[in-house]
Design a protein around this ligand. Sequence first.
Ligand SMILES: Cc1cc2nc3c(=O)[nH]c(=O)nc-3n(C[C@H](O)[C@H](O)[C@H](O)COP(=O)(O)OP(=O)(O)OC[C@H]3O[C@@H](n4cnc5c(N)ncnc54)[C@H](O)[C@@H]3O)c2cc1C
Length: 512
Amino acid sequence: MNSNKTNLADNPDVILIGAGIMSATLGTLLKELEPGIKIEVYERLDVAAAESSDAWNNAGTGHSAFCELNYTPERPDGTIDISKAVKIAESFEISKQFWSYLIEKNQVKLPDFFINSIPHISFVWGDKNVEFLKKRYDALTECHLFKGMQYSENPQQLKEWMPLVMEDRDPNEKVAATRMEIGTDVNFGALTRRMLERLGRDGEVKQYFGHEVRNIKKTSNGYWRIKVKDLATGDKRKVYTKFLFIGAGGGSLPLLLKSDIPEGDGYGGFPVSGQWLRCVNPDIIERHKAKVYGKASVGSPPMSVPHLDSRFINGKKELLFGPYAGFSTKFLKKGSFLDLALSIRPDNLRPMISAGLKNIPLTQYLINQVRQEPEDRLAALREYYPDAKEEDWKLEVAGQRVQVIKKGPEGGGVLEFGTEMVSASDGSLAALLGASPGASTAVSIMLELIKRCFPEQVASPEWQAKLKQMIPSYNQSLAQNAELLYEVRDWTSATLGLPRIGTNYKQELGKV
Ligand SMILES: Cc1cc2nc3c(=O)[nH]c(=O)nc-3n(C[C@H](O)[C@H](O)[C@H](O)COP(=O)(O)OP(=O)(O)OC[C@H]3O[C@@H](n4cnc5c(N)ncnc54)[C@H](O)[C@@H]3O)c2cc1C
């Protein structure tokens, strides 16, 4: 059966493709800004947040650059560049403000359902790495976003912070760690489902699960037409909209290419799969209380940074180690092995080949990862937990990432490890590509999208007032304004049930 909404007035103002954290965040922001807006969501799976946004498919780290060493690269002159760390830390503060607003409005219940406090630790060994960590600590703590960070080379202190990591470690090895008390673990899947439930209440935002978007086309009257297939019945239909968001995670690239917008020319994708070791021994799970991030081995990609991670999933404490990277031609965990081949087009072929040739060490690294035997995985784990035993750990498949390949200078290709928003020049379509730092920065990314695609509305006094109500630091730099940071941190910590380590801040500012 074919059913099409031929009367344009029956069609939604906004269509969101995909029911992950990005669509849920955008839908929630738009509904708050314009309560009368008509939104529809189309999702190919039967439930929301079952791909990258699900808690078991990502690491759940509230990325604030407290512990992720790849966000603070060392410059050739040996100094540390903290600009990316500052940007990510600010973005996470923006996410926390929006979530606090939703909780205060009673839209998302029970903060501990999705966000939990857990110290973020960076741990390194060897003289060179210890020197790097100390320089990183000195550089970061110059900025108030990172005040409260602790540094230690004392094995006794480190044992208190992370007993599993320090027990039975070679006493002659030089080690160091930084610790940030106010780190978080976030269940992005639970948060996504809560936001979508709220949007769907009273039929306000229609959500079509088991519906796959197959094609996208711009019509002569300026609307976007999507062709959707109901995967249960086989029914197909067309829906029209003035604004289309492609928030399909790994599935965004093929849809962007189908839209044929010139801004999407030359984009390609390089899929990277992942696995975790999940601890199944409750005594061990209980003894670890931190997210411990290490340094990626030389030549390996940033997403392969190993970490020993306390998690809180569906009310239960868990412990994961990984991720171990791998190669798969699928763009989604529940996707098709043909995804990569079908994404190759005349305009992205050259960038893809060129990126492949320039990144042979990455390909080799991924092949080696795929070839790993259980003993190899255990050896990697023992670098972080020397006493680890194979029987206490089970292998799990993580979410799929599609790293962005884009045209570089002279038509060559560049492989990117971040998130990339691509939008049509008239603001009628936007797509989100890439993975990292991803979910933690969803609110900032979607605010940027709204600014690009709804510029007139954003400039209006009504939207400005609402944006400031939802995000009190909106349009202000938290990195430049310590007082504002402490104020919003105090508020979000109280609302989200996180530790308030704000008392010294006020003294520093001469307020007490
Ligand atoms: C291994 C791993 C670890 C990570 N760790 C972290 C972390 O610690 N912290 C962090 O902040 N971020 C992390 N991320 C990144 C984060 O998970 C993602 O950035 C985020 O979940 C992406 O959300 P999304 O809504 O764009 O995509 P998704 O959650 O993947 O949702 C996309 C949805 O679109 C649907 N879809 C696809 N194609 C179609 C179609 N044609 N029609 C209809 N529906 C479609 C999919 O089924 C899916 O439900 C990690 C990611 C991975 C893979």
